[in-house]
Ligand binder design. Structure first.
Ligand SMILES: Nc1ncnc2c1ncn2[C@@H]1O[C@H](COP(=O)(O)OP(=O)(O)O)[C@@H](O)[C@H]1O
Ligand SMILES: [Mg+2]
Length: 235
């Protein structure tokens, strides 16, 4: 459902992504692992059209490579950026509704906001509180809930575990897996926390200096000694 062909990205004359090709099937979770600076965020920015790139991005069969970011988002791509970018002085409820700004089915949006508060009860409990009063884990749940309210087909998650307690990371990853399975949502999960990411991923890719050096199912990655040592801290 999303296919990247020879995707390269540049900041000025510096190339940060080198001819990346990937095929992501609907309803599956793909984890992209890689060290700091490997190009993980750049990969997401390229999919959204936020960085100068060459190559092709196909989404649901359509070549979207030439489309501006807002058109790509309108077709069903949502991102939870690394720093979450919540509106700190807006309430939890307002932040959730902001996720649905591009939708015009108002009544369904309200029903979905309610459903999101059932999925993440803490968001219901904190509904009228400002987002800045949330803990790290709660803030990440809000960022995830907000992204989901746009009804995406593809969800890009950029290092959702950063700054969270291990228990909050487990909760959020479990929730992502559940929602993906329930809604047929495709997830591209970029993580440095490889162990946690691979607990929910169907497929994994490794990015090194802008190039994909491994791509395959999680079991294959786990059975490769070199990759095991480099990304999972050995056996
Ligand atoms: N805005 C930018 N301007 C110039 N270089 C950048 C910019 N953003 C990222 N880079 C460079 O691109 C490479 C990949 O960065 P990034 O995609 O952020 O890596 P990751 O998310 O894997 O940590 C790094 O070498 C980084 O220094
Ligand atoms: Mg990054």
């Amino acid at each position: 459902m999303i296919q990247l062909e020879n995707l390269s990205a540049y900041y000025g004359r510096v190339q940060s992504l080198r001819s990346v090709s990937m095929k992501l099937e609907s309803g599956r979770i793909y984890s992209v692992l890689g060290a700091n600076g490997a190009g993980k965020t750049t990969l997401m920015r390229s999919i959204l059209g936020l960085v100068r790139s060459t190559g092709t991005v196909r989404f649901g069969g359509e070549d979207i490579s030439a489309l501006p970011t807002h058109e790509r988002i309108r077709r069903g791509i949502a991102i939870v950026p690394e720093n979450r970018r919540l509106f700190a002085d807006f309430t939890v409820g307002e932040n959730l509704r902001i996720g649905a700004v591009n939708r015009n089915d108002r009544e369904q949006v309200e029903a979905d906001v309610k459903e999101m508060c059932n999925t993440f009860p803490i968001l219901g409990q904190r509904f009228t509180q400002a987002a800045r009063t949330l803990s790290g884990g709660e803030g990440q749940m809000l960022a995830l809930g907000r992204a989901l309210l746009s009804n995406p087909k593809l969800l890009l998650l950029d290092e959702p575990s950063v700054g969270l307690m291990p228990i909050a990371v487990s909760d959020i990853f479990k929730m992502v897996a559940k929602i993906s399975a329930k809604k047929g949502l495709t997830v591209l999960l970029v993580e440095q926390n490889a162990k946690k990411a691979l607990q929910i991923a169907d497929y994994a890719a490794i990015l090194e200096l802008g190039s994909i050096t491994f791509q395959g199912d999680v079991e294959t990655l786990k059975s490769d000694d070199r990759l095991q040592a480099a990304y999972l801290g050995g056996h």
